[in-house]
Design a protein around this ligand. Structure first.
Ligand code: GNR
Ligand code: NI
Length: 170
C-alpha cells in the first residue's frame, strides 16, 4: 500500500481529460487500493484518478460517516439528472483550505463499471449525487472553483500558489 501525492490547484495536470478504461488490469486494482488509502488518510469523501496524476476514468468514494461504504466507479456516466438543483458547500482535496457553494443536480442516475467490469447503475441524491458530479468533473479536467466568480477563483489561485512556493522553500 502507498499514499499517493494529490495534485493541488492550479496544477495544469488537473485539466487533463481522462481516458476510458477498456480493460481492468492488475495495476488498476493496485491503484484503487492506494487511492482509498490516500482518500481515507486525507479525510476525503471521494477521489478521482486525475487528482493523483493518473488520467483514466476511475473514481473512489465513501460518503458514509464511518468509512464503511467504499465505492468504486469506473467509466462513470450520468445518464439522467434532475432539473431540481441544490446549492451546497464544496471542498476539494486539490484545493486545500477553501470551501464555497456550488449548485448541482439534486438527483442523478449514473452508469458505471464495477471493479470486475460489470455494468451497474446507481440512483444517487444529495451528498452522494454532489460527490459523484464533483468527481466526474475532475475526470473532465474541471475543478469546483471554476464554478465560482473570476474574483474568488483568482483569490484562491493566488493564495494556493503562494502556499506552494513557501512549501518549496521550506
Ligand atoms: O472530501 C471531499 N468533500 C467534498 C465535500 C463537498 C462536495 C464535494 C466533496 S469531494 C471532496 C474530495 C475531493 O476533492 N474529491 O475530488
Ligand atoms: Ni475534488
Amino acid at each position: 500500500m502507498a499514499l499517493l501525492t494529490i495534485l493541488s490547484y492550479p496544477d495544469p495536470r488537473l485539466q487533463t481529460v481522462a481516458r476510458p478504461i477498456t480493460r481492468i488490469e492488475e495495476h488498476h486494482h493496485l491503484l484503487i487500493r492506494d487511492m482509498f488509502e490516500t482518500m481515507y488518510e486525507s479525510k476525503g469523501i471521494g477521489l478521482a484518478a486525475t487528482q493523483v496524476n493518473h488520467h483514466e476514468r476511475l473514481i473512489v468514494m465513501d460518503v458514509s460517516e464511518d468509512a464503511s461504504k467504499p465505492m468504486i466507479l469506473i467509466n462513470p456516466r450520468i445518464i439522467w439528472s434532475s432539473s431540481e438543483r441544490v446549492m451546497a458547500e464544496e471542498g476539494c482535496l486539490s484545493v486545500p483550505g477553501f470551501y464555497d457553494g456550488v449548485e448541482r443536480a439534486k438527483e442523478i442516475n449514473v452508469e458505471f463499471l464495477n471493479e470486475r467490469g460489470d455494468i451497474n447503475t446507481l440512483q444517487a441524491q444529495d451528498l452522494l449525487a454532489i460527490c459523484i458530479q464533483h468527481e466526474i468533473d475532475h475526470l473532465e479536467g474541471k475543478v469546483f472553483v471554476e464554478y465560482l466568480s473570476f474574483l474568488k477563483r483568482n483569490r484562491i489561485k493566488t493564495k494556493l500558489l503562494k502556499a506552494q512556493r513557501e512549501q518549496e522553500r521550506a
